[in-house]
Design a protein around this ligand. Structure first.
Ligand code: GDP
Ligand code: MG
Length: 162
């Protein structure tokens, strides 16, 4: 069956923007899961000869957990339910404790991870990508979800891990 790609990352880094870029006009299904999940966004992606499911874990909310707990829970769900993880960070904000906490879970999982540094809207912001090498998840891919920059290169890396 089709592989699943889970998008993880802090609130506001651009997960939904990138999700919409990947699934394009195709309708995302919202599924309610009482207890753990409020709503969860599933979509269908295609790139080159590959078809895959996409999950935006930003739709997952775990009761009143503080941010770090939310992030950990989302990362664990992503690890359990996907074949490749697309980890998005914010290149304008720079690295945060929550980014490092998620990276640690992802590294330990041994799941394939593609790291996207978002909000690099122009060439001058490119240098803001390099600090994310410290997450230990390989080469970061600079992207701008808002402007559609680097998304093709990002998807090349994702399907390369299927
Ligand atoms: P999410 O909370 O991770 O799903 O993030 P969203 O996709 O909702 O985006 C959060 C905010 O960042 C919104 O105001 C977006 O318009 C903005 N945003 C997303 N991608 C980019 C980008 O590439 N560049 C800039 N400058 N803003 C972006
Ligand atoms: Mg979102």
């Amino acid at each position: 069956s089709k592989p699943t790609v889970a998008i993880v990352g802090r609130p506001n880094v651009g997960k939904s923007t990138i999700f919409n870029r990947i699934v394009g006009g195709r309708t995302a299904i919202v599924e309610d899961r009482p207890g753990v999940t409020r709503d969860r966004l599933y979509g269908h992606g295609e790139w080159l000869n590959h078809e895959f499911h996409v999950i935006d874990t930003g739709g997952i909310e775990i009761s009143d957990e503080p941010l770090l707990g939310q992030m950990r829970a989302q990362a664990e769900i992503a690890v359990d339910e996907s074949d490749v993880i697309l980890f998005i960070v914010d290149g304008r904000t720079g690295m945060t404790d929550a980014d490092e906490a998620v990276a640690q879970i992802l590294r330990r999982s041994k799941k394939p991870v593609v790291l996207g540094v978002n909000k690099l809207d122009n060439y001058a912001q490119r240098d803001q990508m390099y600090e994310f090498y410290a997450l230990g998840l390989g080469d970061p891919q600079g992207i701008s979800g808002a402007h559609g920059l680097g998304i093709g290169d990002l998807l090349d890396k994702v399907v390369g891990k299927f």
